[in-house]
Design a protein around this ligand. Sequence first.
Ligand code: AMP
Ligand code: GLY
Length: 446
Amino acid sequence: MQLSFGFMTENHLKLLVVGSGGREHALVWKLKQSPRVEKIYCAPGNGGISAIADCAPIAADDVEALADFAQTEKIDLTIVGPERPLTLGLVDRFAERGLAAFGPSKAAAELEGSKIFAKQFMQRHAIPTAGFEVYDAYAEAVNHVNESHIDFPLVIKADGLAAGKGVIMASTPAEAQTALRQMMGEKIFGEAGRRVVIEECLTGEETSFMVFSDGEFVQPLAAARDYKRIYDDDQGPNTGGMGAFSDDDLLSRATRKLILDRIVYPTIHGMAAEGRPYKGVLYVGLMLTSAGPKVLEFNARLGDPETQVVLPRLESDLLPVLEAVTNETLFKTELQWSRKAALSVVLASAGYPGPYEKDRLVTGVDMAEEEDNVVVFHSGTRRESDRYYTNGGRVLAVTALGNDLSAAIIKSYEAVNKIHFDGMHCRRDIGARGLRRIRMPDSIHD
Ligand code: AMP
Ligand code: GLY
């Protein structure tokens, strides 16, 4: 499908960002800096976003209502943050209605929407990933985990979307059996767990590598590292992400090249060859193993909280690259990245990642943002009479740029210390592992 929209050369553009988290706040914040943007709407948005954009109370997965809104408000480009509307086919539906939307089609978003599709796709195209088996019957899956030659720990994944929770590590056959019963029998992740992937556990450092793709060409974003566990030293349960950092030392030039040559290009070319051209942001979750980088997962969108550290490092206007992806002219686009390091610390509500408190007054955000190179992205707040109240498990992502990672760590935590709400908690070690790295001689700039 070759689509071309007239907005390439126009100014005074109207944009709609779909979503309500810190990622969408960062997108709106960055797009607002574009001299060609006249107005930005966000649906449904949050407290922080409502201070810089017009929020429309439409759910992020209400595709038809979003299309109606885009049509009525004459939106030039809609940018989709979360995965659900993509797997529901928002981009396809907008195209049918003559509306431009940034993101992969439903068929391309299968890379995130079905882990079985993603694994079998990687197998077809010899893309390095953990060895795996697919099961759609509980009894056979249980037999498999009880076979004597199986190494533990192993990883059990629900096939479909499960809000980042559909992955269970099992250390013993008994734990594996329990996980399978919960997923396939009790359906704790609903239909997402009807089929499962059972895969080998990989060890190494995790890295998030995102690229823009227009179906053929690729423009990498700066790499990032996110911190999924709730407690310091990667202890406790997984969360939506408790912080992230991005700097030039995260990946050596050789590793970047390996990731592009062995993973990213074969994925983009493979998707095109299978009649599912991939347009949008491809997020590759990687494990840097001793045998080279291997894919843990694909996401069909920008990562959260990775976006909150990657976009502040982007010196170029974001709008032209979104247009180039949509219009399939990415080969003409260059992105300039700051050499600075960016780091983001997530402040969470009491109880998170379990049931959490809401409606606590948030103070100190203005003071935190008075410092140069500090920006506070809102993940779960609401605004009332110019005051912010907590309205989610993850509340704020406090982000700072520094000349190097240590400077970014110090600046972020100084800003964190100015902010308060009852029950607030955060990790105190975001970026700390990064400091122990050996500095790589090469960087993405040379
Ligand atoms: P996913 O949703 O597939 O990214 O899985 C969530 C998290 O589980 C990943 O970010 C990893 O930390 C972990 N994980 C997933 N697959 C594996 C694997 N094969 N080996 C080790 N850790 C994994
Ligand atoms: N930070 C991981 C994700 O966005 O899925």
